[in-house]
Design a protein around this ligand. Structure first.
Ligand SMILES: [Zn+2]
Length: 440
């Protein structure tokens, strides 16, 4: 059994009671939290490895609930969603070989871990390559394919089932495979029904984009006579094992359908803003009792994988739109980025308590970003985490009980090699793309 002790930090548990220790210790045994409490009651360390957490916040790792491994950051910053998909995203992922997918995943996961993300809900292609990357770098990942109707030359349901049989449960259960549907403009009612049947048969969840743009809603009404979520509801695809990404343009009826089925929503405010898609009705979703987590989406449409930025957007956008500074307080937004995402994916993480999975980050507060800091209450630090800090404040990332970043250095992989190889993979992939893009 391995034992790791995090000593002397400010422990933000994010449990139901909001338990906080101004100077506390967390004891990790193998992949789980064994004990936590005030540092002066700490059990004997024995032969454990000890990490000095003085001046650091010890808190749950962030869950990026809507994530795509990505290669084309900054490649096209000015197209609306549909045109961007047709001219950039689809040609690029059609041109992707195993090596490009592997290095893209390495770069994407490295950026995530460096910003305190311990779990990604990653929809992409070539899941074999993604699983190898996730296993090596140490991140927790729920992987799903980019399934579309055959004529679109992306992934098939069979590709997704094959990926499940090859990779689900790998790396001590850190890697799971779910069904993934690109979006309704590239799908059919039969495909949604088949997806639900396969998910039930395999006992896994479904990751899908729904109601992301008005162009999508209009296409759905034209082709199916129904809005996207109405169709997904009517064919029986929704449920508590579904993560629906975006949901920007939901009608009152569609919010009711999401709530009734227990469907989880990933709110991705910075992606929605950058692509000009609008602002999701998150206050109404929450009032309806829907579990809403947060995601960055993809670095092509964000362009940062930093979930601290996403948290800030998730609060400020709704305050700006509703002219109401009481909306989306910091403590709640932190829970969206941790517990809500973990609940949606069933990872057994998202808060700090004995028995929980040890997905933990240490955030440095000995900096001007965290000054001034009142340590006797968590209120001040949750404010700084959401409104003042960014991901570079994360010092240490622990996933499944294993230190995957220490002092901002990735422990299992060589970051400079990832940078080098991802650049080569990007160049090779754009050379293989069939469609010549319009210039910037
Ligand atoms: Zn997406």
């Amino acid at each position: 059994m391995s034992r790791l002790v995090l000593r002397g930090g400010m422990i933000l548990t994010l449990d139901d009671a909001g338990t906080y220790f101004e100077r506390g210790t967390v004891v990790i045994e193998d992949d789980r939290i064994a004990w936590l409490g005030p540092a002066d009651l700490e059990p004997p360390a024995g032969g454990a490895e000890v990490i000095d957490a003085t001046d650091k916040i010890i808190m749950p790792g962030l869950v990026d609930l809507h994530f795509h491994t990505a290669l084309g950051k900054g490649y096209n910053d000015h197209l609306p969603l549909w045109e961007y998909l047709d001219e950039c995203w689809y040609p690029m992922i059609r041109a992707l070989d195993f090596d490009a997918a592997y290095w893209a995943a390495m770069a994407s996961y490295a950026e995530a871990i460096k910003a305190g993300v311990t779990t990604v809900n990653d929809m992409y292609r070539r899941l074999d390559a993604l699983a190898v990357a996730a296993e090596e770098i140490g991140i927790r990942a729920v992987l799903s394919n980019d399934v579309a109707l055959d004529e679109h030359d992306l992934d098939t349901l069979q590709d997704n089932v094959d990926a499940f049989h090859r990779s689900n449960g790998a790396a001590n259960g850190r890697i799971k495979v779910w069904m993934g549907i690109e979006w309704l403009p590239l799908a059919s009612p039969e495909m949604l029904r088949d997806t639900r049947a396969l998910a039930d048969e395999l006992g896994i969840g479904i990751h899908i984009h729904l109601n992301e743009s008005m162009s999508e809603v209009e296409n759905s009404i034209e082709r199916f006579g129904k809005r996207p979520t109405e169709l997904a509801y009517e064919v029986g695809m929704l449920g508590p094992d579904v993560v629906a990404a975006h949901c920007v343009h939901l009608s009152d009826d569609e919010i009711r359908m999401m709530a009734e089925t227990g469907t989880n929503i990933s709110h991705n405010p910075s992606s929605n803003a950058k692509l000009g898609n609008g602002i999701a009705r998150v206050p109404e979703m929450l009032a309806a009792g829907i579990n809403v987590g947060l995601g960055h989406d993809a670095v092509e449409c964000n362009n940062s994988g930093d979930m601290f930025e996403v948290m800030k957007f998730a609060s400020l956008m709704h305050r700006a739109k509703r002219e109401d500074a009481s909306l989306m307080p910091a403590d709640f937004v932190l829970r969206m980025a941790t517990r809500h995402g973990a609940q949606a994916l069933g990872t057994g993480s998202g808060m700090l308590a004995p028995g929980e999975k040890a997905d933990i980050i240490l955030v440095e507060t000995n900096s001007v970003e965290f000054t001034p800091l009142l340590r006797d209450t968590p209120v001040h630090m949750t404010s700084h985490l959401v409104f003042a800090a960014n991901g570079s404040a994360v010092d240490t990332t622990i996933i499944d009980g294993r230190v995957v970043m220490r002092g901002r250095t990735l422990t299992a992989v060589d970051e400079s090699r990832i940078v080098h190889e991802a650049n080569i993979a990007f160049r090779r992939t754009i050379e293989r793309m069939e469609i010549v893009r319009r210039p910037h």
